[in-house]
Ligand binder design. Structure first.
Ligand SMILES: Cc1cc2nc3c(=O)[nH]c(=O)nc-3n(C[C@H](O)[C@H](O)[C@H](O)COP(=O)(O)OP(=O)(O)OC[C@H]3O[C@@H](n4cnc5c(N)ncnc54)[C@H](O)[C@@H]3O)c2cc1C
Length: 442
């Protein structure tokens, strides 16, 4: 009898642990695992930024390399191809005799368009696609309301899910990945080549970065071990989470979460273990609380679709904002009149990371002080951020811009007061003050 074969397309789920789509694929006799580097994610957006900048490109390649190693350690091989999934995947299914394709379900417009194109191309050849949820802490099917009835206020959502929904158990990593005999892994593309082909260069490493941020599930596990078990920083997270300097004021899980190197359910289950073994307090709860925010923005994206990405998003009566390019370029390069904003923008440009406190301030400054359309700022964040996630990015931007899920009418931050509160001794601003930025922005 010919073995049943499934093609598993790794998208933003670059892990073996707690990966529901991969677990479904592995129910077949054999699985063909593939990662596709889709050139569309390295093209320029309407504001002239290459969507995936150097920091995230590097993190992605490191994550793929780590995944490849993990698959090989379990007896399998990983294909790594570059092109359009809707061209590559049906051809691979034909070549390897796969009858179905599994992949993590995505919910934002660009990702959904690709999903639809893949479904069409695979369907045309008689194959079946299974889009399986794996991004969120709470499974969308377990929400205590229909998506249309998703509350527009976070607290109402959180109260309901905390009371009425349960987080599903984690799925352990497989001990074997059976790939067809003779299947061999592809090489991970060279970073410099990939960047060069997209007109970009890798900036030099900056020792001021809060972390070296290496991609991959092994690095994610190491970070979790460090933050929870070695240093027990989880126990003080709520007190330190608004910090600006250093590796441990917050978890820094976001780049690994965004690439799916780490599952939110695994984090929550480790929080439970920590609460049993060490202590349960406001801080341990608060980390899960933040993961619920992450879920919420994903569900908001599912509810509102493309509307989330419009200038006025959920508030059609809000004022028009402009695209003042000179002021925008100054914001990007950390050359505004506001030293606190500048420090944060420099950190972002030099490292691909910025704290949550920083993000709120620079976003507010762009929209409310400079009067610029939030989508320009979100586009720059997309280019720069290691942890870019379409739903979290747009959701947070529209929230701060006052066109999203916020009951309060005005989200303007007083950035000077914020600097006094969170950087009273000026340590952060000093750290990022000496910087002649020469950005190679495309
Ligand atoms: C304008 C703006 C844009 C943002 N863009 C992104 C983005 O593209 N990708 C992204 O992951 N986060 C984004 N955030 C949210 C937040 O700033 C980062 O998740 C957080 O700073 C990451 O650091 P951490 O992992 O140490 O977070 P922690 O404080 O340790 O939190 C733990 C995890 O909870 C989640 N989380 C925390 N705060 C938020 C939040 N406000 N919204 C959604 N999830 C949250 C993240 O997954 C994070 O890793 C944005 C915030 C703002 C204000």
């Amino acid at each position: 009898m010919t073995p049943s074969r499934t093609l598993h397309w790794f998208r933003n789920d670059l892990r073996l642990d707690d990966n529901p789509a991969l677990a479904e694929a592995l129910r077949s006799d054999e699985t063909v695992p593939v990662v596709v580097l889709d050139n569309r994610f390295w093209t320029e957006d309407r504001w002239g930024h290459v969507k995936t900048g150097p920091f995230r490109t590097r993190f992605l390649l490191e994550s793929i390399a780590d995944l490849k190693l993990a698959v090989e350690e379990r007896g399998g091989a990983l294909l790594i191809l570059r092109g359009r999934p809707e061209d590559i995947l049906p051809a691979l299914m034909r070549e390897h005799g796969c009858t179905r394709l599994t992949a993590q379900a995505e919910h934002t417009p660009e990702e959904l368009d690709i999903q639809v194109a893949v479904e069409r191309a695979v369907g045309a050849e008689g194959g079946q696609c299974m889009w399986i949820e794996g991004h969120t802490l709470y499974h969308p099917d377990d929400l205590p309301m229909d998506l249309e009835a998703l509350p527009d206020i976070f607290t109402q959502f959180r109260n309901k899910v905390e009371k009425l929904s349960k987080v599903r158990e984690c799925i352990p990593a497989p001990s074997r990945v059976n790939t067809p005999a003779g299947l061999t892994s592809d090489a991970v593309p060279d970073l410099a080549d990939l960047l060069k082909s997209t007109g970009q260069n890798m900036p030099p490493a900056d020792s001021r970065s809060v972390l070296p941020f290496r991609g991959g599930a092994s690095e994610a596990r190491a970070r979790l071990k460090h933050y929870f078990w070695d240093t027990k920083k989880l126990a003080v997270y709520k007190k330190t989470r608004n910090g600006l300097v250093g590796a441990d004021y917050s978890s820094k899980f976001s780049p690994w979460l965004a690439h799916g190197c780490l599952s939110p359910r695994r984090i929550a289950s480790e929080v439970c273990r920590f609460e049993d073994a060490v202590e349960a307090n406001e801080s341990t709860y608060w980390l899960v609380f933040e993961l619920i925010w992450r879920d919420y923005f994903r569900f908001v994206a599912m509810k509102y679709g493309t509307r989330l990405f419009h200038a006025k998003a959920l508030k059609p009566d809000s004022p028009n904002r402009g695209t003042q390019r000179t002021a925008f370029e100054a914001w990007k390069e950390g050359r505004t009149r506001d030293a606190f904003v500048n420090a944060n923008m420099r950190e972002l440009a030099r490292t691909g990371f910025m704290s949550n406190r920083g993000r709120q301030n620079v976003a507010s400054y762009l929209v409310h002080d400079l009067g610029i359309d939030w989508r320009l700022g979100a586009s720059w964040f997309e280019h720069m951020l290691l942890d870019y996630d379409p739903a979290s990015n747009a959701g947070n931007w529209i929230y701060v811009a006052g066109v999203g899920n916020d009951p309060r009418p005005n989200r303007k931050f007083n950035t000077q007061r914020q600097a006094e509160m969170y950087d009273g001794d000026g340590k952060y601003q000093t750290l990022w003050s000496t910087d002649a930025l020469e950005l190679d922005v495309r």
